[in-house]
Design a protein around this ligand. Structure first.
Ligand code: NDP
Ligand code: 8X3
Length: 250
């Protein structure tokens, strides 16, 4: 029987590449994001391979999250795999000059949004005593770098919440893990730098950065292990990156 995967943040970057890969493996796919035009386009593209359903919601809106996930058509309602991927950094400023709106956005999206989505998905997993939840953390979940303050805080929270979920969901036989990438060349830096394309592209200049497809491939590897194998925590960086601040550039 086909498995169903729900991917948040599927309109771009890692989430989109993951949806594209899992479509080729014929999973039933639920793609989520705020940008409806992108969801429509992606649904059309993936429908050539498999059944796809789009959910447009802002993960900050707990009512919308719960309503959307609880009103999935029967065919998609039995979610086997949740990929908690939606998230971004907003700004890169020292704590003393950080922007409150940026802090709210990161905490509300990366932490609270992840919890709202998980809360809506978990009851059916506990009822059937199976499921797999993978959250996308970051190397920023494992170390703190200059001006990363609040973003790193949210990703440390993702790491801790993922560990907590694994403990609490252990009696139900649910697999829980987190994947922590280093720098991946997506729209991430454009969002962080509020559309400043030059500043964003400089982040990935002079070295071979991870690509969204690399992370999608790892997510598929993690999901496709035999059910008794749970990859609990995985850190991945490009070969050129040794830590958040050490990158070998040409
Ligand atoms: P992108 O900016 O390319 O994608 C972010 C995705 O998150 C988009 O699909 C966006 O969809 C969705 N999203 C953002 N805010 C919201 C919201 N409020 N409600 C619903 N969806 C939202 O970045 P990445 O693909 O790189 O990022 C994906 C994840 O990977 C994030 O959690 C990020 O922190 C993490 N990560 C990224 C790294 C990198 O270097 N790129 C490294 C380590 C981790 P839409 O705008 O349509 O809502
Ligand atoms: C994204 C990677 O180094 O920009 O989580 O924080 S980094």
């Amino acid at each position: 029987m086909k498995k169903t995967i729900l991917i948040t943040g599927a309109t771009s970057g890692i989430g989109k590449a993951t949806a594209q890969l899992f479509a080729k493996y014929h999973y039933k796919i639920i793609i989520c994001g705020r940008r409806k035009d992108r969801l429509i386009e992606l649904e059309k593209e993936l429908s050539e391979y498999t059944e796809v359903h789009s959910l447009a919601f802002d993960v900050r809106d707990k009512e919308a999250v719960s309503k959307s996930i609880n009103s999935l058509p029967d065919y998609f309602s039995d979610i086997d795999i949740l990929i908690n991927n939606a998230g971004n950094a907003h700004g890169l400023d020292p704590i003393q000059t950080g922007d409150l709106e940026d802090w709210d956005a990161m905490i509300d999206i990366n932490v609270k949004g992840l919890l709202y989505v998980s809360k809506a998905v978990i009851p059916k997993m506990t009822a059937k005593k199976s499921g797999h939840i993978i959250s996308i953390g970051s190397t920023a979940a494992k170390e703190v770098y200059p001006n990363g303050n609040v973003y790193c805080g949210t990703k440390h929270a993702v790491d801790a919440i993922s560990q907590g979920m694994r403990i609490d969901l252990n009696p139900f036989g649910i697999r829980v893990g987190a994947i922590h990438p280093g720098m991946v060349e997506t729209e991430f830096s454009e969002v962080r730098f509020k559309g400043d394309a030059d500043r964003a592209s400089n982040v990935y200049k002079g070295f071979h950065a991870l690509q969204a497809e690399d992370i999608a491939d790892i997510i598929h590897f993690v999901v496709s292990r035999p059910y008794h194998v749970n990859i609990a925590d995985l850190v991945v960086m490009s070969t050129a990156q040794a830590s958040s601040t050490i990158v070998k550039r040409d």
